[in-house]
Design a protein around this ligand. Structure first.
Ligand SMILES: Cc1cc2nc3c(=O)[nH]c(=O)nc-3n(C[C@H](O)[C@H](O)[C@H](O)COP(=O)(O)OP(=O)(O)OC[C@H]3O[C@@H](n4cnc5c(N)ncnc54)[C@H](O)[C@@H]3O)c2cc1C
Length: 515
């Protein structure tokens, strides 16, 4: 029996089965051969009477949008294949990101505070044989999904929304005046379908035509009791050089029932890459050194695992009218983060206002809806960061290259100050901060990674970096224009402004109430 098998057989539930099922999906994703399901069909017929303005498929993050749209007066039906229920394990976010739930009037301050179950400071960033620094107020809030989703569910029902649980989405037919959705035993007629079915949404598989992801983040972890020190967290820690053609990273958070520790790494989608079960072995082998504790001293509450495919073509613009992807299915978070809840919070205001406006003004064509998931240069520039943190299967690189680079970059960012460091740690990359980092990091630390990344990806990155500068300027100009230019429709003008704002990371300071 391997260490992972032995360990997982002692944890309640069936974590070994869960892990092996996930490994099977991970293996399938890395094969080229799987033909995507055909769940979206087109027809020129008309639909007639409607059941809803919006049908949202997938309840985890879907409920946030459902509650907000229903509150704005749209008629919303939320479909969930299982029971609409948040998971046991906290989501870690920064406090400012949660304000949107108050601004949209979805929760009261008291309701939000009861969903917040942990708060800690500071968090450590540290690299093997390299620099160590501490930051405050970043991803230091633990929200209890079970509680949060229950409250949002109550609100949604109170606003008049309808939830169909144990009702899986099966297929949809796009017609000239609406969309017919087949789900469980239902046939629902709606004006818009919002896909919130996560990374493995059948609609996304069809839309991406079975394309393999560009990168994958693998994560395994546990929540356990028995750690003598559980007052602080770790945002990014390494305690090894490159091993098995990848760099391992650690994250740790105080949790309401113990301490959560994650081991994660970035890999490509090659079939020869190791499994999540192997990563679990590595987690168990390296955890004692990382947390300076014996495994026997810990009382494990639960095992956690996942993998996050990321596509260079993100966020996903659906190739269909009347369908919009949100949350993980849209791949709207940065490829270096697995903070999909945080990313949804960041875009919630923009998405709910935009969808509401699209419905009110009947802008539901493919082109109209694509503007709700626009190109965002500040997301695209993060591709290079993922590349610098991963190694190709057949590449030979200095085992300490990633640690050395990360250590140097974080030292420079620390010296540049919180204005540069904090947004970066929350996946918000602005032009001015990025330019400061580029000029501060010594050239001799960057040059060795050029062969690791390749010249073409670097040139492509330069394009996104220049677009980031352009979007920044366009937003500065655009936000001061009091009335929209006469040659642009209101709906398009709003989307244009948002794409400049969010695409340049300018929403970050506004979320903090700054100018
Ligand atoms: C180990 C781990 C730790 C994480 N930690 C954090 C964190 O600290 N902070 C953070 O911000 N994020 C974190 N995340 C990410 C976060 O959990 C995800 O981004 C979030 O759950 C995405 O929600 P989603 O609704 O888009 O997709 P999913 O979570 O995949 O949910 C999809 C929903 O759609 C439903 N569904 C699927 N198929 C169908 C169908 N055919 N019909 C109807 N319904 C369907 C599913 O049942 C599910 O409810 C973590 C993720 C993992 C795995």
């Amino acid at each position: 029996m391997s260490l992972a098998e032995q360990f997982l057989s002692n944890i309640p539930g069936s974590p070994l089965l869960q892990l092996r099922n996930l490994d099977q999906r991970y293996a399938l994703l890395r094969q080229d051969t799987s033909s995507p399901p055909q769940v979206i069909h087109l027809s020129s017929e008309t639909l007639g009477e409607l059941d809803a303005d919006v049908v949202i498929c997938g309840g985890t993050l879907g409920i946030l949008l459902a509650a907000s749209l229903q509150q704005k007066g749209q008629k919303v039906i939320l479909l969930e294949r299982g029971t609409l229920r948040g998971r046991q394990q906290e989501w870690n976010v920064s406090r400012a990101e949660l304000n949107v739930l108050l601004e949209l009037d979805l929760l009261t301050t008291e309701e939000l505070e009861t969903a917040i179950v942990t708060e800690y400071n500071p968090a450590r960033i540290s690299f093997f044989q390299g620099h160590e620094l501490f930051v405050k107020d970043i991803l230091n809030i633990g929200v209890y999904p079970l509680d949060l989703l229950e409250k949002l569910k109550e609100k949604f029902l109170l606003f008049g929304g309808k939830i169909l649980e144990n009702t899986p989405f099966i297929s949809a037919l796009i017609l000239s005046d609406g969309i017919k959705i087949i789900a469980g035993d239902y046939q629902l007629k709606s004006r818009l379908l919002v896909d919130a079915m996560g990374h493995f949404s059948p609609i996304v598989k069809q839309a991406r035509r079975g394309t393999k992801p560009t990168g994958i983040c693998l994560v395994v972890g546990t929540c356990a009791q028995g750690y003598p020190n559980n007052q602080t967290g770790d945002l990014l820690v390494t305690n090894t050089p490159i091993l098995n053609q990848c760099q391992y990273f650690w994250e740790a958070f105080p949790a309401q029932d113990g301490r959560t520790t994650y081991l994660f790494t970035y890999v490509d989608a090659e079939p020869e890459r190791f499994s999540l079960e192997f990563l679990t072995e590595e987690y168990l082998r390296l955890l004692p050194d990382y947390q300076q504790i014996d495994l026997d001293a810990l009382n494990f509450q639960r095992f956690l695992c996942g993998f996050f495919p990321s596509y260079q073509n993100s966020p996903l613009q659906m190739p269909y009218s009347r369908i919009l992807a949100v949350g993980d299915s849209a791949a709207s978070q940065s490829p270096v983060s697995f903070g999909g809840f945080g990313a949804m919070l960041r875009h919630l205001q923009r998405l709910s206002n935009g969808i509401d406006e699209a419905l009110k003004t009947d802008h539901l064509t493919q082109k109209d809806l694509a503007l709700l998931q626009p190109y965002q240069p500040n997301l695209s520039v993060t591709w290079l960061f993922q590349k610098t943190m991963s190694v190709g299967l057949n590449q030979t690189v200095d085992p300490n290259q990633i640690n050395h680079l990360m250590s140097t970059v974080f030292l420079s960012m620390e010296q540049l100050g919180e204005d540069v460091l904090k947004p970066f740690l929350q996946d918000v990359i602005g032009f001015s901060a990025l330019t400061k980092i580029l000029t501060a990091v010594p050239l001799q630390s960057v040059l060795p990674i050029v062969p690791q990344i390749g010249l073409l990806p670097l040139l492509d990155w330069l394009r996104h970096y220049l677009s980031l500068g352009l979007y920044n300027q366009l937003y500065l100009l655009g936000k001061n224009i009091e009335t929209k230019p006469p040659f642009v429709e209101q709906y398009y003008w709003h989307r244009l402004l948002e794409s400049w704002q969010y695409g340049s990371g300018s929403d970050y300071h506004q979320a903090l109430g700054e100018k």
